[in-house]
Ligand binder design. Structure first.
Ligand SMILES: Cc1ncc(COP(=O)(O)O)c(C=O)c1O
Ligand SMILES: [Zn+2]
Length: 367
């Protein structure tokens, strides 16, 4: 049994299936030492993110993931355009539910299974809910997914297909989260939240491990979309573990991308704040990153600053243009993901800098 520590006040708790935040309201992290990375052990495992299971907080030699995995992870790393050989896309939509959220969901739901959980609740802008619903089905765990009633119909259909109960909420993304959290506390069930539950980041950190294996060097920068920060924080933790194991010498810069119409982190970065103040979502095509009040904002800001990175806000027309440009190169991405490429285009990169852009969601998920 692990312990959790509050990111705000440092209070420690034994991790239990129903604990999801500190009494002070702060978010929780897992108390753990840097895992020892044994690169030679990776080839013992199938070609999936479970190659790195020995760095995750599971019981030693646990095989529980074998009945859960659907082959998630090890997504292709491809040069986007031969004319720009230092720019890669990591095709994270090539996952079981067609988004990178499968990284976190596979690990989080395996943990829920290890804890003997019978029901989970999650809230989502769509993709995390889909991923949690799929892995809950795989684990035979009942699942309620809270979504905005304006979520892309295709994502809602995907969640439903896995047998999850949809709770459609009329209101903001924050209203959706509040409804889910109320239900979690009333029903006393496991909150399979990609935001609050720290086991999710044990899955998204594999993004960094894979880049390390595939590129065989540290890229100069990672373009990463940010709403609640599951990929930013996962990539940051993953590279940090590689540095602390002396497998690499430096962290890549994290260039975090938000839609300008909902950009609390861009604003906090510009003003030098330690945490983001909530904004009003003015409406954006990039529904997956439209988070007006990210709960882990101080961790996200700290991570990006520590890598010498920055934040960029993207306008709606830039998102639309970028989606078309990616499709012209063969990659059909969901509209949120186009913001990542727009961020890359906006950043003034030197020709010899190696950049990686994640393609987080598949085109058929959104209109
Ligand atoms: C396609 C896509 N990209 C990026 C994100 C942003 O992830 P996060 O909110 O964890 O920062 C999401 C989240 O739902 C997403 O669906
Ligand atoms: Zn606290």
């Amino acid at each position: 049994m692990e312990q959790f520590i509050c990111n705000s006040c440092g209070n420690k708790y034994d991790s239990t299936p129903t604990l999801w935040k500190c009494e002070c309201g702060g978010v929780l992290n897992i108390v753990k030492d840097t895992p020892k990375i044994d690169v030679a052990a990776w080839d013992k495992y199938p070609n999936s993110l479970w190659r790195y299971v020995e760095t995750m907080p599971f019981a030693k030699n646990s095989k529980i993931w074998e009945s859960v995995t659907m082959g998630e992870g090890q997504s292709p790393l491809i040069v986007l355009d031969p004319l720009e050989p230092n720019t890669y896309v990591k095709v994270d939509y090539m996952m079981p539910t067609l988004s990178f959220k499968d990284r976190g969901a596979a690990v989080l739901m395996t943990k829920a299974k290890e804890m003997g959980v019978s029901k989970v609740i999650a809230d989502s802008s769509g993709n995390a809910g889909t991923a949690i619903a799929a892995y809950a089905a795989r684990c035979n765990i009942a699942c309620d997914i809270y979504l905005s009633d304006e979520t892309s119909p295709k994502k809602i259909a995907q969640v439903k297909a896995h047998g999850a109960t949809i709770k459609a909420i009329h209101g903001t993304r924050e209203d959706v989260a509040a409804a889910a959290q109320k239900a979690v506390d009333e029903e006393k069930v496991f909150y399979a939240s990609h935001v609050y539950n720290p086991y999710f980041y044990e899955g998204t950190k594999t993004y960094a491990y894979e880049i390390y294996e595939q590129l065989k060097e540290v890229p100069d920068a990672l373009i990463i979309p940010v709403g609640n920060g599951t990929l930013v924080l996962g990539a940051y933790y993953g590279f940090k573990e590689l540095v602390e194991n002396k497998l690499i010498e430096k962290m890549p810069k994290i260039i975090a991308i938000q839609a300008a119409n909902c950009a609390p982190l861009v604003r906090a970065f510009e003003y030098g704040l330690e945490q983001a103040e909530p904004v009003t979502n003015k409406g954006t095509l990039a529904e997956g990153i439209a988070i007006a009040a990210p709960a882990r904002s101080s961790q996200i800001l700290e991570a990006v600053r520590e890598t010498n990175g920055s934040f960029i806000g993207i306008e709606e027309d830039e998102i639309e243009r970028a989606r078309k440009m990616l499709a012209d190169k063969g990659f059909y991405v969901e509209i949120t993901t186009a913001a990542n490429y727009a961020g890359y285009l906006k950043y003034k990169k030197a020709a010899d800098e190696k950049f990686i852009i994640p393609l987080c969601g598949a085109g058929i998920k959104s209109n």
